[in-house]
Design a protein around this ligand. Structure first.
Ligand code: NDP
Ligand code: 8X3
Length: 250
């Protein structure tokens, strides 16, 4: 039987790559994001499967609720919810950071993810099957200078994922948190407010993860047998690891 995936943040990066890979595997798709044209282009591109477009700003609770209510019967039975929409804004230390940026990250990465999850879960629970895959980050476990509110939102995603597992005990629904490190997408262009040069510098001289790497991981997770739940999966490119603790010497 054909399966259906609901992907937030499908207009770019990880979300788009996951849509492409799941379509190759024959999944029907609900593709969500704010940029309508990109969703339409992707729908045209993925013409081997049934794609429903759901234009939505995940920060808007009413829009999210309507998006779920408006799902056509053909796309109501969600087997995979990929909570991927998210962003980082800025890299300034906390004392200089823009509070509006912090609010946008909280509204998108935390509240948006909660709205989508809460709206779709009853459908999944009723069916007694499904998989929620949340897009966390290494930033949720490992602090770095300038990571401040972004890292904290991803720590929320990790703990929310664990708590979802506890609540969904006995329902048959799986929950996984994917925690990628350095990966090249539009992430850094967004973080640096459109400054492509600054964004490119993040990846200069490195071999970062690609959206395709993440899509392969998402597909692997969802293709595990139904009795197997991977709770969290942290992945970095080989070029990335940890640094020593910073010590301020006088
Ligand atoms: P991209 O910037 O390429 O993609 C982000 C996606 O999120 C876009 O499709 C965007 O769609 C969507 N999005 C952002 N804000 C909203 C909103 N308010 N409402 C709806 N959709 C929104 O970045 P990535 O693919 O790299 O990021 C995907 C996820 O992975 C994010 O949660 C990010 O935090 C996480 N991540 C990224 C890493 C990286 O290094 N790239 C590493 C670890 C985690 P649109 O603008 O059309 O609305
Ligand atoms: C994105 C990875 O290290 O830029 O979540 O925070 S990092």
């Amino acid at each position: 039987m054909t399966k259906t995936a609901f992907i937030t943040g499908a207009t770019s990066g990880f979300g788009k790559a996951c849509a492409e890979m799941l379509a190759e595997k024959g999944w029907n798709l609900v593709l969500s994001g704010r940029r309508t044209e990109r969703l339409q282009e992707l729908q045209k591109q993925l013409n081997n499967v049934a794609v429903h477009i759901a234009v939505c700003d995940v920060r808007e609770r009413k829009q999210v609720e309507k998006m779920v209510l408006d799902l056509p019967d053909s796309h109501k039975n969600i087997d995979l919810l990929l909570n991927n929409a998210g962003l980082a804004l800025g890299l300034k230390p906390a004392q200089d950071a823009d509070l509006d940026d912090w609010e946008t990250m909280v509204d998108t990465n935390i509240k948006g993810l909660m709205y989508v999850t809460r709206s779709l879960l009853p459908i999944m629970v009723k069916r007694g099957q499904g998989h929620v895959i949340n897009m966390g980050s290494i930033a949720g476990s490992w602090p770095y200078p300038g990571g401040n509110a972004y890292g904290a939102t991803k720590a929320f995603v990790e703990q929310f994922s664990n708590n979802l597992r506890a609540d969904l005990h006995g329902t048959g629904i799986r929950v996984s948190n994917v925690e990628p490190g350095l990966a090249e997408s539009e992430f850094s262009v967004v973080r640096f407010q459109g400054d492509q040069k600054k964004a490119d510098a993040v990846y200069d001289g490195t071999e970062p993860l690609t959206p395709k790497d993440i899509a392969e991981i998402v597909c692997w997770l969802v293709e595990r047998p139904p009795h197997v739940n991977v709770n969290r999966l942290e992945v970095m490119p080989v070029c990335q690891s940890w640094a020593p603790f910073a010590i301020d010497r006088h």
